[in-house]
Design a protein around this ligand. Structure first.
Ligand SMILES: [Zn+2]
Ligand SMILES: [Zn+2]
Length: 375
């Protein structure tokens, strides 16, 4: 069928809005009419080819919508279901067998190869193509996080969609499947701070601010947010931060130690900058843990003081907030409905045609989380 999609054809973009074709769902797949899709930092680093994902491709991995059709063998999802889409995992590797699906040993192939997984390999082309007026058809890469949802329709799988109640606001909660679960999950699932634990969060973007909301709920204190944009720091205070540090004006380590003399028990690094990761490590107290969430270019290195590390400190990489989406996303939906996880404060809506404007606003810091509406 014909769909409208944002196609990246060259490194650095732009996203071009094109009419392309999507195949019918295969075994285990579902066709979703996309209602909304958030734009995540990871879409932009793939557009910029930080990872060797093939082009042309349809990106988008924070999709939400309504199931239109299901392929053979799908048992738990049916047409008409409202779904949030999340990341792909194989279900059979050692990580998946232990329930740590975001660390699937095939995470890179399944989410970033531009191709789709059928159980027999990762070489099946994505279900996307483009008919040309002069005849012939061009293969378009997709299956990005098993969705490629920067489009009016997406092929996902039974495994990476989460069915939600029909009263759930898909236009607001589309980003639960990546950005928001990543920030909240780092607190709820990974670090699990005790009441009263001190916490530093570097980066007040959508992931960092979702972590602030979660930290408030589990009663971290103090919650110190570090950024360089005053408006974001002000918003962090409204959402639960107890202190902020403007890293463009003062030294972060000194500022944190004025609040917590011996450093903090936990830190969460969401910017993907090696310099900031080093800072998030330096602010830790003895036996403190730094959770790294921010993704950097492949091969990026960081230097750490070995003696500081030796004193029981931990740096822990965290993918997708250690979330099991089918269990965790309904919990986040409940918190949102109860007013305890107000992610609507972070969102601005755009139409699919406004994608370049949305990306520019995200980059400049004017918009924290752009969400594209497909109609
Ligand atoms: Zn993402
Ligand atoms: Zn796996």
């Amino acid at each position: 069928m014909d769909i409208k999609a944002a196609v990246v054809r060259q490194k650095g973009g732009p996203f071009s809005i094109e009419c392309i074709q999507v195949d019918a769902p295969m075994d285990g797949e579902v066709l979703v009419k996309v209602v909304a899709c958030g734009i995540c930092h990871t879409d932009l680093i793939i557009r910029d080819q930080f990872y060797p994902t093939p082009l042309p491709i349809v990106l988008g991995h924070e999709g939400a919508g309504i199931v239109e059709a299901v392929g053979p063998g799908v048992k738990t999802v049916k047409p008409g279901d409202h779904v949030l889409m999340s990341f792909a995992y194989c279900g059979t590797c050692p990580s998946c067998l232990e329930g740590a699906t975001s660390y699937c040993w095939h995470h890179m192939e399944m989410n970033f190869s531009g191709k789709r997984y059928s159980g027999s390999g990762w070489t099946i082309p994505a279900p996307l193509s483009k008919k040309h007026s002069h005849g012939g058809s061009e293969q378009i890469n997709g299956a990005f996080f098993n969705q490629s949802s920067l489009a009016t329709h997406a092929i996902a799988t039974e495994g990476n969609v989460v069915v939600v109640d029909k009263d759930v606001d898909l236009k607001t909660l589309a980003p639960l499947g990546c950005g928001f679960q990543t920030g909240a999950g780092a607190v709820f699932n990974t670090l699990r701070p005790e009441v009263g634990s001190s916490l530093v969060i570097t980066g007040a973007g959508n992931v960092g601010l979702a972590a602030v909301m979660a930290a408030k709920l589990v009663k971290c204190d103090p919650i110190i947010v570090v950024d360089v944009v005053p408006e974001r720091l002000a918003l962090a205070m409204e959402l639960g931060a107890t202190h902020t540090v403007d890293a463009s004006r003062e030294d972060t380590v000194e500022a944190v130690k004025r609040i917590c003399r011996d450093g903090v028990r936990y830190s969460i690094e969401s910017t993907g900058s090696p310099k900031v990761l080093r800072t998030a490590f330096e602010v830790l107290q003895t036996r403190g843990t730094c959770g790294l969430i921010g993704g950097a270019k492949l091969g990026t290195e960081v230097s750490l003081d070995m003696t500081h590390l030796l004193f029981g400190r931990t740096v822990r990489g965290i993918l997708q907030g250690d979330s099991k989406p089918k269990k965790f996303l309904p919990q986040l939906v409940k918190l949102y409905k109860d007013g305890l996880f107000p992610v609507d404060r972070l969102i601005k809506h755009y139409s699919l045609d406004q994608i370049e404007e949305a990306v520019a606003d995200m980059k400049s810091g004017r918009t924290i989380k752009p969400v594209l509406l497909m109609e």
